[in-house]
Each structure stands twice: as structure tokens, then as C-alpha cells.
Design a protein around this ligand. Structure first.
Ligand SMILES: Cc1cc2nc3c(=O)[nH]c(=O)nc-3n(C[C@H](O)[C@H](O)[C@H](O)COP(=O)(O)O)c2cc1C
Length: 101
């Protein structure tokens, strides 16, 4: 919680479980509902991994609604399906994104 309160960006990362984010990250998101976004946070990003190619619609919709509700700016959504999860190319893509923030 101290780290959350001091953060300037929220990065949500989850495997896809049955077309949504996991129960664990959902619980964390719901836990901070009463606090809202951290005072200094202005940006957000989403990292999703999955087994199949395109099960992301529900998780992305939740994330985008959360950004709209909290006023966080969506800086990017990254997905990795199957073998992409352990690929150097995907790691490079995300590192390049992070370096530009
Ligand atoms: C309970 C459960 C539900 C899952 N549901 C989906 C799903 O709906 N779609 C999908 O593509 N992958 C699904 N997966 C696969 C995970 O997203 C995948 O295992 C995860 O991204 C991590 O990749 P890895 O197993 O290669 O480490 C599910 C895995 C579990 C354990």
C-alpha cells in the first residue's frame, strides 16, 4: 500500500484467466477503490499474457473504464500470446515503451 500511494504510474499486469484479469489483480483493484488513484499518478499501462491469440477484449475494457473513471492516461496496452510470452522481441517492445515514458 505505501508503494501504491507514492506511485506516479500504475502498471496492471495479468495473465488472462477465462477472458479477464485474474482474481488476484481484481482483488487488488477493488481493494484500492476506496482510495482512488494515487495523488501523483497520472499514467497507466496494461500488460496481458494469454495462451490463445485474442482473448483480451474483456480485460482491456475493464482497464479502459478504470482509466476513464480515475482520470489516468492510458499510455499503452501490451499483449503476449503463447510463445510471445517468452520472446526477446516482446521483451524489447516493452523495454522500448518503458524507456520512452
Ligand atoms: C484458470 C486459467 C484460465 C485461463 N484462461 C485463459 C483464457 O481464457 N484464454 C487464454 O488465452 N489463456 C488462458 N489461460 C492461459 C494463461 O493466460 C497463460 O497460462 C498465461 O498467460 C501464462 O502463460 P504461460 O502459461 O505460458 O506462462 C488460462 C490459464 C488458467 C490457469
Amino acid at each position: 500500500m505505501p508503494v501504491y500511494l507514492e506511485s506516479d504510474m500504475l502498471v496492471f499486469a495479468s495473465p488472462i484467466y477465462y477472458f479477464g484479469m485474474t482474481a488476484q489483480i481484481t482483488a487488488a483493484i477493488q481493494r484500492v477503490y476506496c482510495i482512488g488513484k494515487p495523488a501523483k499518478a497520472t499514467k497507466a499501462a496494461l500488460l496481458l499474457s494469454s495462451a490463445s491469440p485474442n482473448p483480451y477484449e474483456g480485460a482491456i475494457a475493464t482497464y479502459k473504464s478504470l482509466c476513464a473513471y480515475t482520470g489516468l492516461e492510458d499510455m499503452g496496452v501490451f499483449t503476449a500470446a503463447g510463445d510471445e510470452n517468452k520472446s526477446e522481441a516482446k521483451l524489447k517492445e516493452i523495454c522500448e515503451f518503458a524507456a520512452k515514458l
